[in-house]
Ligand binder design. Structure first.
Ligand code: MLT
Length: 232
């Protein structure tokens, strides 16, 4: 049987965990939800970087839009924040985006030594499962978490994937998924610490959107330090 590993925070990632694996990175609120939405709406390429300065450097070199957040809010001078609802087709179609978020892009960069890095959210979990079921690698699932602590919504999304892969491992994540699967938005608004923070910043609509399971048939994949749509 293929090995399946789970990390509940970006800080828990180490080379042994991801090396040689098909690695799935999850940051439901909100980086992975925003990445999936941007690709669905015609962004050709997202360059995930750790700092706003790196994003500015990438944007100068490549004529990109700048996207991302600190403290949940758009970074000064950036074109876009981290709300998936900002990433509309008329705003981003055909434009690469240099993107930095507090936990999500850091988690993606931490997994770069994996054989394959995919980005998952509730929006595209079914498509990610289809890829994982037919590939030959061991699998690692990496939740971004929030400031070094697990995030409930990321763990629930990991549980959804683990259940879909029919593994008996990580029973707690699977049981959290079963507990919350019928009401993802309520779980994020009331039981998730980061969800409550986003509510207090006025981002309730982002949470409703992030809770929409399988609305996009999109598999974002990291290739040459950029995230693009995986071709089937
Ligand atoms: C992060 O990467 O920490 C999150 O995406 C933060 C957010 O919700 O904007």
């Amino acid at each position: 049987m293929r090995r399946i590993e789970l990390a509940l925070t970006a800080d828990a990632v180490n080379p042994r965990l991801v090396y040689g694996t098909a690695c799935v990175v999850i940051d439901v609120l909100r980086a992975s939800t925003t990445i999936v939405t941007a690709l669905a709406n015609g962004c050709p390429e997202i360059i995930p970087v750790e700092t706003p300065e790196e994003a500015r450097t990438a944007a100068r070199a490549r004529n990109c839009l700048l996207g991302g957040e600190r403290g949940g809010r758009r970074i000064e001078g950036f074109d876009l924040g981290n709300s998936p609802l900002e990433y509309r087709q008329e705003r981003i179609e055909g434009r690469p985006i240099a993107f930095t978020t507090t936990n999500g892009t850091r988690a993606i960069r931490a997994c770069a030594s994996a054989d394959m890095v995919l980005i998952a959210s509730f929006l595209n979990a079914g498509s990610i499962l289809q890829v994982l079921r037919v590939q030959d690698h061991d699998t690692s699932i990496v939740c971004a978490g929030t400031r070094g602590k697990p995030s409930l919504e990321d763990t629930v999304c990991a549980g959804m994937l683990l259940e879909g892969l029919n593994t008996r491992l990580e029973a707690e994540a699977v049981s959290l998924w079963r507990q919350h699967s019928k009401n993802l938005a309520q779980m994020m608004k009331h039981a998730s610490a980061h969800g409550r923070d986003l509510m207090s910043l006025g981002f309730e609509k982002d949470i409703d959107f992030a809770a929409r399971a399988d609305i996009y048939d999109i598999v974002p994949i990291l290739e040459n330090e950029s995230i693009v749509r995986k071709q089937s």
